[in-house]
Design a binder for this molecule. Structure first.
Ligand code: ADP
Ligand code: MG
Length: 438
């Protein structure tokens, strides 16, 4: 009878099997608990196998052993990998390119959504040449360059002799143009192909539609890969979306490991905000951290920019409060969410009124706050036609209190301040809701 691993192998494509399952061992079945034990010698490989092949393995286990059986992949340190003793005298690494000193693995906040790409990057740094080329794709400001440089830095720490070249695609182009101009292509080629061990090529989407550059890149990549040199490439487009890229370059890219970096989750954003703020000695309350993490979602660079701005202000003015923070960073926030069933209305209203959402629904009786709250309630019922009961829930108030508020605001409608706050809400909500009664 076929062994379980043979059985599994038939259900995995050959390329993936060779790349990922090579070190997988079978480690027996716990019949009592109906669990099949598998072992790998590498944390990242375990992560990858479970994520990408978890369902396939589960199905194979059930088909092979019977219904109700499950599996676990254990990690076993095979020993050789115990932190190698470093050289007694540390040589200074040969610096071919300047790397941002902040872009390290230690400074990268790892959340559930980016754990895989983080551990893959670590793996590439610790064991270069296996996942080659390693391609990181994903939106702007999500940490691609950070991870790429962290790989380069870690490699230099591990081996001071390793020659790491970080280059953006734009610099690649400029240097090539220069080389063509003063007929020094041989030197350009030597620098890129002969004199380095690791090539970190950033923003490769820049080479879209530039065939002459792609040609040069293709030969560079080929030569480096033939020598077993590690290549890391970043792109803010998916490999398939690299318009006007040579087929052969694309297929080179697809030979390696290609992972995309995901926007940080709310939890990760909170941790990033707290870390940046800590790094820059900015003191933020819980509500402030919350507000920033909720309203700057898709770009870590912007998140960081917001904290830096608060840092400058705190240094010049001393104190920072919620209102001041909102004023300082309002242009960095995401565009207001569209009004739909899943929109957090309180978040949106507090954004427009520039007030802490927690205070908006709190019991605080401060005059200014109370006024904003009453107008917010009025707006929800009268303009957005939200049922009174729902509004009561949203604002954490009784139905009676909502009805009282409606009358009260009605009687104040000619007041200049009230009118201007109301029209601010109307302005920001109009066009997104379409045809509500004004
Ligand atoms: P990209 O190259 O994808 O456009 P960067 O690598 O330049 O983005 O990242 C933008 C900024 O956000 C950098 O300052 C980087 O350090 C920071 N950053 C992104 N993701 C994280 C993260 N998960 N943890 C810490 N910092 C991050
Ligand atoms: Mg970048």
């Amino acid at each position: 009878m076929k062994s379980f691993l043979e059985f599994l192998r038939e259900r995995v494509n050959t390329k993936d099997w060779n790349l990922w399952f090579g070190t997988l061992r079978f480690d027996g079945v716990d019949e009592e608990r109906k669990i099949v034990h598998l072992v790998v010698g590498n944390l990242f490989v375990r992560e990858w196998i479970v994520r990408k092949y978890g369902r396939v393995i589960k199905r194979a286990v059930e088909n092979y052993y019977g219904h109700g059986y499950d599996f676990v992949v254990d990690f076993e340190n095979l020993g050789e990998d115990e932190r190698k003793p470093g050289p007694l005298v540390r040589k200074k690494p040969l610096i071919l390119s300047t790397l941002n000193p902040n872009f390290t693995f230690e400074n990268f906040i790892v959340g559930e959504e980016n754990r895989l790409i983080y551990s893959a990057s670590l793996e590439v740094a610790e064991n270069p040449g296996i996942y080659n080329p390693f391609i990181i794709t994903g939106g702007v400001g999500l940490g691609k360059t950070h991870l790429m440089q962290a790989i380069g830095r870690r490699m230099m720490e591990n081996n001071p002799d390793v020659k790491v070249l970080y280059i953006t695609s734009e610099t690649f182009m400029n240097e090539m143009i220069e080389a063509l101009k003063d007929e020094s292509m041989h030197r350009f080629r030597e620098k890129l192909r002969k004199k380095l061990d690791v090539l970190l090529l950033d923003d490769v989407q820049f080479l879209m539609d530039k065939r002459w550059l792609q040609n040069e890149l293709f030969h560079t990549i080929n030569e480096l890969m033939n020598m077993g040199k590690q290549i890391v490439i970043c792109s803010d487009r998916n490999v398939k979306e690299l318009r006007g890229f040579h087929e052969r370059l694309i297929s080179r890219f697809q030979m390696g490991l290609n992972l995309s970096i995901k926007p940080p989750s709310y939890e990760t954003r909170r941790r990033i905000v707290m870390k940046f703020a800590g790094d820059h000695s900015v003191v933020l309350t819980n509500e402030m951290v919350d507000y920033i993490a909720k309203n700057i979602t898709g770009n870590v660079r912007r998140l960081k920019g917001a904290i830096l701005r608060l840092c400058v202000s705190q240094e010049t003015d001393g104190t920072l409060n919620f209102q001041k923070m909102v004023d300082l960073i309002s242009d960095l926030l995401d565009p207001l969410p569209r009004c739909g069933a899943d929109v957090d209305l309180i978040t949106k209203i507090s954004r427009v009124l520039k007030v802490d959402p927690n205070l908006l629904t709190s019991g605080s009786r401060k005059r200014e706050l109370n006024l904003l709250r009453m107008i917010g309630i009025y707006f929800c019922v009268r303009n957005l036609n939200i049922p009174v009961n729902e509004v009561a829930q949203l604002f954490k108030r009784s139905r009676t209190s909502i009805l009282y508020t409606l009358n009260k605001v009605e009687s104040m409608k000619n007041d200049f301040e009230v009118r201007s706050i109301l029209s601010k809400l109307e302005e920001d909500f109009t066009g997104e809701i379409g045809g509500f009664a004004g």
